[in-house]
Ligand binder design. Structure first.
Ligand code: MG
Length: 404
């Protein structure tokens, strides 16, 4: 007998207006008899949040950024009357601030939390969801990069499901396998928009060029991370935690078509690969349907028209962020937290036109050098490391722009 998913799941979506969030809602739209949304959280997109609340009949709403009390009341009333116009009885409550987001994770009726928040801010929500005994469907890879040492002991294979396409792929390749028989994990990378370029080519690239990802359509932070290969570095650390795999057994291979989402190599030389179209609703739905698979209206992969699949080693001299992340992961402790925080600052600065593309890696390295690496002990400690690394990265970038 195959294991069955619970007949119905109540879910909370954190980051519901982002790329993963809206695609999660798409999956719920396709499966209304199996999934209900009972809470939605956004960073600041209040109007879009209200649209989603009306459509899915969601009463518990959280906005991470503080809002004036008056605005909240107007929004709540407008929301209730819009729902009424559509013949729906809705008694919404909009709470604001970071704690409001955490509160959603703790609601007793919640079975599963989709964490699609951006950046290190997602860690506390992951922590609260697991602490409250919820299944965590995790798209916020920074949670594991920063706090993997805290989250993994709180979770099991059944309560922590990755939404990242590579990790969803590896998770599926490992189903029914003995972890002791795994020789290597192969994490695939598209190579991003600058694949094949040299450092000299990258000196003057624009934000627009970096945002032009060849295969995946995603939010701006992760798209820049994909262009620097930092995203792949974060994913190596994520894989280390999720699959209890030492770093020397995790390889990165460039697969420009993104048809292979990752692979697992076993001790007898067999390799299992996960393939599919580049549609994030596949890994999202798997995390929500596990241990079942449900029908999905995605474009099937047609091997007759796929053409050739290419493979190459990543160029870590040009894309230093991948090497830096791997070094941070291998050293472990609080260093990945510092590395990640510095990267968030540097990516924000690049997006704002305040630093060059190549400075992102330099700022990350400067903050890593300044980090006094300790074993991970608590969320509070990680938040302090985060603050210090942000200051170190910002100071580096300020200095650099003064010299330029
Ligand atoms: Mg990925």
């Amino acid at each position: 007998m195959f294991a069955r998913a619970p007949e119905h799941r109540n879910i909370v979506v954190l980051g519901s207006t982002g790329s993963i969030g809206t695609q999660t809602l798409d999956v719920v739209r396709q499966n209304p008899e199996r999934l209900s949304i009972v809470g939605l959280a956004v960073n600041s997109s209040v109007q879009q949040l209200c649209d989603q609340a009306v459509e899915f009949g969601v009463e518990h709403l959280a906005v991470a950024q503080a809002q004036p009390m008056q605005k909240r009341e107007i929004l709540t009333q407008a929301l209730a009357s819009r729902a009424k116009e559509q013949g729906k009885a809705l008694n919404p409550y909009i709470a604001c601030g970071p704690d409001a987001v955490l509160e959603l994770c703790r609601m007793p009726e919640v079975d599963l939390v989709v964490n699609a928040l951006v950046g290190a801010a997602g860690l506390r929500a992951s922590y609260e969801a697991l602490r409250a005994g919820k299944v965590l469907a995790l798209a916020n890879k920074e949670s594991l990069v920063v706090g993997g040492d805290l989250l993994i002991p709180m979770s099991t294979h059944e309560t922590l499901l990755p939404i990242d396409s590579e990790h969803g792929a590896i998770y599926q390749c490992l189903l029914g396998e003995n972890p002791a028989e795994v020789r290597r994990l192969w994490v695939t990378a598209s190579g991003g928009p600058f694949r094949g370029k040299t450092r000299a080519d990258l000196a003057n690239v624009t934000v627009e060029q970096a945002l032009n990802h060849p295969t995946w359509k995603m939010g701006s932070k992760i798209t820049i991370d994909s262009s620097t290969l930092m995203n792949k570095g974060l994913e190596v650390i994520e894989a280390h935690h999720l699959f209890a795999m030492p770093y020397e057994k995790i390889e990165v291979v460039v697969q420009p078509q993104s048809a292979i989402h990752s692979m697992v190599e076993f001790s007898d030389g067999s390799v299992k690969a996960h393939l599919g179209t580049t549609d994030m609703r596949i890994p999202i739905q798997f995390a929500l349907s596990y241990p079942e698979r449900w029908q999905a209206p995605v474009e099937p992969l047609d091997f007759r028209t796929l053409g050739s699949l290419e493979f190459a080693a990543p160029d870590t001299d040009t894309f230093r962020c991948l090497a830096l992340a791997r070094a941070a992961g291998s050293r472990g402790g609080t260093l990945p937290a510092a590395m990640n925080a510095a990267n968030e600052v540097a990516v924000a600065a690049f997006l704002a036109g305040q630093c060059s593309f190549l400075s992102i890696a330099d700022a990350v390295e400067a903050a890593m050098d300044a980090c006094d690496v300790q074993p991970v002990e608590s969320l509070e400690q990680l938040e302090e490391v985060d603050v210090r690394a942000r200051e170190a990265a910002a100071a580096y970038l300020r200095n650099q722009s003064r010299l330029a």
